[in-house]
Design a protein around this ligand. Structure first.
Ligand SMILES: NC(=O)C1=CN([C@@H]2O[C@H](COP(=O)(O)OP(=O)(O)OC[C@H]3O[C@@H](n4cnc5c(N)ncnc54)[C@H](O)[C@@H]3O)[C@@H](O)[C@H]2O)[C@@H](O)CC1
Ligand SMILES: Nc1ncnc2c1ncn2[C@@H]1O[C@H](COP(=O)(O)OP(=O)(O)O)[C@@H](O)[C@H]1O
Ligand SMILES: [K+]
Length: 519
């Protein structure tokens, strides 16, 4: 599913209205119907009573207009709808005014949020079974002004069921951050497309459950605006996970070479290898420095192991790159980095391999740490490349602070992907997968329990596996992040976020793939 910036949504609305003659009032009506449909789902799920009192807090823009229209539909379904207008009623124009006039004629109670009424709000809100936040949507900028902050704080204090229309009031729909007070909703019904800020950073926390109401805006309108950011969903992933061919054999599903490990860091490569096999790779070969060879040989009987020349101090020697190239002749995909450490000889081996390997490759962990000394090396890569940095690695690659990366995750991933022509998988809460050609995907799965040693190695293995089985690099990176997070969510259900470890994520990869449609 696509996700967009508020300005892009405004343009798509405009294209629908002007070029496809879907008038604004129709869009607003569709919004109201969609909102009521989502409320009905809450009633079916027992989270709301069938009927009761609904307080609709409406602003003076079109977000408020959606609220006026929703009040009418709720009233027709037996709810006692009470509308509160925030701000100067005289500012209401166009479709919003048309809807306000209808509810006036219908006799739906409308109260103005003048300062004098603010104190009475606690009593009014206290009576309601549901509060609908139709104050501000994509037109909101900066920090809440005027009465808004007080009203938002009062609503949050009530701990009533809150449904936000399009966006929780106070949330910046583009950045996913709130500068001041912000509605903490139970559910947010995004209109048209989910705005980027609803799905990254603090957005999901304020939105609660996210539902999307398409408004009947045609896909052509989004194409016209050039919206190329997506929230990866189940349908996308199940479309990429194709049934295995009846006549397929191990060679059909790719052969992965993993160059990983150093003395004492043997686990990283083993985790990646096991994750690759558990997500369907045909053959996995794990190459480690000779000093680590005995520690990995036979640990996973189905993994082929190979020793590479070491530097006598527990790491890869620079000349191991020749041996890696030899091993790569038989491989279809290369994964390099987990647990390598960052000596100058490792750097040479990584640089040589990066330049010489003409197979699709994934660079992770320490490979990225040495590449960050000269990221331009990535431009010399002859074939499709995926890098999987966590925020600190991304910061090193870009020469900025981790805080700067985390404050602008989308921009960081997208700008690096374009500059160095690689697919960037910026890990962390809501992993971002950015491509050099402008397609970006945001991953919705995963949980804080995945912040555990080795979890990133598992991701590298899954991505390598999908790549080896024929997915495009962008599909492999996006589906890899999705399956990794979803397996992590299952592991968290079983062991809890506190207790789960990386190997638990691997345990749930097969079930997660089966659940998504893989046989
Ligand atoms: N045709 C359209 O454009 C459609 C728009 N829709 C709805 O319309 C919304 C966008 O409507 P608008 O563009 O009118 O914008 P909004 O209704 O989101 O907000 C506009 C108002 O916000 C005020 N505002 C901005 N920053 C503020 C701040 N920091 N503190 C206090 N007030 C602030 C502005 O003064 C303005 O009055 C969407 O979120 C969606 O809910 C839907 O009805 C579908 C169709
Ligand atoms: N709060 C979170 N929500 C979702 N995923 C998370 C969260 N914290 C960590 N992860 C995921 O866990 C993995 C951690 O990887 P990384 O930091 O490289 O660990 P390691 O280096 O120990 O293997 C990444 O895929 C990341 O996206
Ligand atoms: K809102």
């Amino acid at each position: 599913m696509r996700a967009c910036l508020s300005e892009q949504m405004r343009c798509a609305d405009e294209v629908s209205i002007k070029e496809f003659s879907i008038s604004g009032i129709v869009l607003m009506e569709n919004a109201a119907l969609g909102i009521v449909k989502e409320i009905e789902k809450e009633i079916e799920g027992g989270r709301l009573p069938k009927e009761g009192e609904a307080s609709l807090i409406c602003g003076t823009g079109n977000n408020g207009g959606d609220g006026f229209a929703a009040a009418r539909h709720l009233a027709s379904k037996g709810w006692r709808a009470v509308v509160f207008i925030c701000g100067d009623e005289k500012k209401i124009t166009g479709d919003a005014l048309a809807n306000l006039n209808i509810i006036k004629k219908l006799g739906i109670p409308i109260l103005s949020m003048e300062d004098s009424n603010i104190e009475a709000l606690d009593i009014m809100f206290g009576r309601s079974h549901m509060i609908i936040d139709a104050m501000l949507g994509t037109g909101f900028k900066g920090r809440l002004k005027g009465n808004y902050e007080t009203i938002v704080d009062k609503i949050n204090k009530q701990r009533k069921y809150v449904l936000s229309i399009d966006s929780p009031t106070g949330l910046n729909c583009d950045t996913g951050f709130a500068e001041g007070s912000c509605i903490k909703a139970n559910k947010t019904v995004a209109l048209g497309l989910p705005k980027i800020g609803l799905v990254i950073n603090d957005g999901p926390y304020y939105c609660g459950e996210l539902a999307v109401c398409g408004l009947s805006i045609p896909e052509q309108a989004y194409d016209r605006v050039g919206i190329s950011r997506y929230l990866t969903d189940r349908d996308y992933v199940s479309g990429c996970i194709k049934p295995r061919k009846a006549h397929g054999y191990k060679g059909t599903y790719g052969r992965i070479l993993i160059a990983a490990g150093s003395k004492g860091m043997e686990g990283a490569g083993l985790l990646a290898a096991k994750a690759a096999l558990r997500s369907g790779a045909g053959i996995v070969e794990l190459a480690v420095p000779l000093c680590s060879f005995d520690a990995v040989r036979g640990v996973i009987p189905v993994v082929i192991t190979r020793g590479l020349t070491d530097d006598g101090e527990g790491c890869l020697a620079s000349k191991s790159s020749g041996e890696i190239m030899l091993a790569l002749r038989n491989a279809s995909v290369f994964l390099m980095g987990p647990g390598l450490r960052t000596s100058s000889q490792v750097k040479e081996a990584v640089f040589d391999a990066a330049i010489s390997c003409n197979k699709p490759a994934i660079f992770d962990a320490d490979a990225l740490n040495v590449i960050s000394e000269e990221p331009a090396i990535l431009l010399q890569r002859p074939e499709s490349t995926i890098i999987t940095p966590h925020p600190a690695e991304m910061a090193r690659l870009m020469g900025i602070s981790t805080g700067e990366v985390q404050g602008n995750r989308l921009e960081a991933a997208e700008s690096f992907a374009k500059k160095y022509r690689v697919i960037v998988v910026l890990k962390g809460y809501r992993t971002i997968i950015a491509s050099p050609w402008g397609e970006t995907r945001i991953n919705p799965t995963g949980n804080p329990g995945m912040g555990t040693a080795g979890s990133g190695d598992v991701l590298g293995g899954i991505i390598a596996s999908f790549l080896a089985q024929g997915m495009s690099p962008m599909e492999a990176a996006s589906c890899g992040a999705y399956i990794h997070g979803a397996a992590g969510d299952r592991a968290a259900e079983k062991y809890g976020q506190w207790g789960m470890v990386a190997s638990d994520i691997i345990k749930y990869i097969p079930h997660t793939i089966m659940d998504i449609g893989g046989k």
